[in-house]
Design a protein around this ligand. Structure first.
Ligand code: ASP
Length: 313
């Protein structure tokens, strides 16, 4: 029998309300999620690696202005885009990540290159961009990432003196978020990738959980791959992604119990609004959400596709 393979993706979590969603926006978001999950799955079907699949899916979401990653990223207090991304391969637990990226169109590709072409796990700012330039990446002007919606959102947050998840309540009621993917390939390898612009009105230089291995992104073969989205500061303090793996390892919890314990437990208690996606070594998928919604999709081991938005779907 063929070995199972499957993929799950997310496009951010937060206060996503039916009352504020238009049909057009919903259609556009669902079609971007559909394209990302389908193309990632197609690579798995062709026998490509879980790393290839998660990078492909995340890259598609980075290119969509509807999500808080790549184009459409939220803005810092200095009215700039600063993006973070990570990729982890469950095979030998290799990982690569970048933070504070301002001029690279697809931070997830750079994170994969840090994993595959450097001696390091995490590169930041100028050093990361110089590494990219040495590899032949194009320098992308900030204008490319910038969207009016994000600017309006920033002004609203500045007025209130707050920072906010891209999916939190704010006067601009369209909800767009951080992106991530997890996959199991036919060789039994797990992988995870996450990419984000962070939170609106963040102090420039702030780094969230997404590029922190074990917080927003984690993969370990024979166990689980996790990509998280939510208030990064809490997710870092709770070591969210590696805590899921640790519960499975030490408590022998299954993926559903482990994810629920983490996301509905300490994370929620400490005010960490958000969610996560996870996949285990059998291709079992879990979506964990402790708020009203998370853009998400999957194609499971039976080839069944699902695209969902609200927590109660
Ligand atoms: N986790 C991201 C961060 O704090 C934000 C998000 O998931 O929307 O940078």
């Amino acid at each position: 029998m063929n070995k199972p393979f499957a993929i799950a993706i997310h496009g951010g979590a937060g206060t996503i309300l039916r009352s504020q969603m238009t049909c057009d926006i919903r259609r556009e978001i669902e079609s971007a999620l559909d394209m990302a999950v389908s193309q990632g799955h197609e690579l798995l079907r062709q026998g490509k690696s879980a790393v290839d699949a998660v990078v492909c899916a995340v890259r598609i979401l980075e290119d969509s202005p509807h999500f808080n990653a790549g184009k459409g990223s939220v803005l810092t207090d200095k009215e700039m885009v600063e993006m973070d991304a990570a990729v982890m391969s469950g095979k030998q637990r290799q990982a690569g990540a970048v933070a504070g990226i301002r001029h690279i169109r697809n931070p997830v590709l750079l994170a994969r290159d840090v994993m595959q072409k450097s001696e390091h796990v995490l590169l930041i700012g100028e050093g990361a961009e110089e590494f990219a330039s040495n590899l032949g990446y194009d320098y992308t002007e900030q204008d490319y990432f910038f969207t009016d919606r994000r600017y309006e959102q920033l002004l609203a947050m500045k007025e209130q003196g707050k920072v906010a998840l891209s999916e939190s309540h704010y006067p601009d009621d369209h909800k767009f978020g951080t992106v991530g993917a997890v996959a199991l390939d036919a060789e039994g390898n797990l992988a995870a990738a996450t990419s984000t612009g962070g939170v609106t009105n963040k102090h420039y230089g702030r780094v969230g959980d997404s590029p922190i291995i074990g917080a927003g992104t984690y993969a370990e073969n024979h166990r689980v791959a996790v990509s998280a989205t939510g208030m990064g500061e809490v997710f870092i303090r709770c070591c969210v992604a590696s805590d899921v793996a640790a519960r499975m390892r030490y408590l022998q919890e299954d993926i559903h119990t482990a994810c629920t314990s983490v996301i509905q437990g300490d994370v929620k208690m400490l005010g960490g609004e958000g969610g996560l996606i996870a996949i285990d070594q059998n291709g079992e998928i879990h979506f964990g959400i402790n708020c009203s919604g998370m853009y998400r999709g999957c194609i499971d081991i039976h080839g069944k596709k699902q695209i969902k938005i609200y927590a109660d779907e």
